[in-house]
Design a protein around this ligand. Structure first.
Ligand SMILES: [Zn+2]
Length: 230
């Protein structure tokens, strides 16, 4: 199921009592009243025109803590599918839920909104118009919502790459037996070579059977096989 992140954001704002304001804001946004909008860590700043005046709006959200971002990054690296979904424009909501995190707040107190207009009934029309455009932005690129929470796309992808490299570094193998000397060839004995020469290359095998070295027990078998081949 893919639900646009913007729709999710709008649904959250509506549940917080902004439904009628958002409808007015959508009309203002469609009329082109939002002159500019920029999103950086934790805050969105926008210029919104209203008649002959231009107002400055700010919408802040609490960034995830360093520990919360570390948990998000580890989850993204452990499940490659989560990162793939993000890159495809889909947010792995269940991943955030599993970590006890919400991308969007469920309480207006977690959002800090202010505007230079003198509307007493907040959020004002200008902020609602910015929220509408913000939702459209999240629909197009969910990384913007992550940036709002404190990690820009480039920084996040770079950190994921670092974590993945560390995870893939080969670990030293302990107790791995390595053969000393020249490697035994898997090909048959070369013409003119002793058919049992490969046994000497494997020596010394510290194995004995009934008091005899295994190498010596195998030697007649190799010589017999070589006679059979010829
Ligand atoms: Zn305003």
């Amino acid at each position: 199921m893919t639900t646009g992140l913007g729709s999710h954001f709008v649904a959250v704002l509506e549940s917080l009592g902004m439904a009628s304001r958002l409808r007015q804001g959508r009309l203002a946004a469609r009329a082109g009243q939002v002159l500019s909008m920029s999103l950086s860590t934790s805050v969105v700043v926008a210029q919104v025109q209203d008649g002959s005046r231009t107002h400055r709006c700010r919408i802040g959200i609490k960034a995830f803590s360093k520990a919360e971002w570390t948990a998000v990054e580890k989850a993204l690296v452990s499940q490659a599918l989560y990162t793939a979904r993000l890159l495809a424009g889909e947010v792995p909501y269940e991943m955030f839920a599993d970590l006890g995190l919400r991308l969007f707040p469920d309480d207006m107190r977690e959002l800090a909104m202010d505007c230079t207009c003198d509307t007493w009934d907040m959020p004002c029309l200008h902020l609602a118009a910015v929220c509408h455009l913000l939702a459209e932005m999240f629909d197009q690129d969910p990384f913007q919502a992550l940036a709002w929470r404190g990690r820009g796309r480039e920084e996040l992808l770079s950190r994921l790459g670092d974590l993945r490299r560390v995870a893939q570094e080969p670990q030293p193998v302990k107790g791995f037996w390595r053969m000393q000397g020249p490697p035994a060839t898997s090909a048959g004995p070369a013409a003119g070579a002793r058919p049992d020469a490969v046994l000497d290359e494997l020596a010394p095998l510290p194995l004995q059977l009934r008091g005899e070295r295994v190498v010596d027990l195998l030697r007649p078998a190799y010589q017999a096989m070589a006679r059979g081949v010829r």
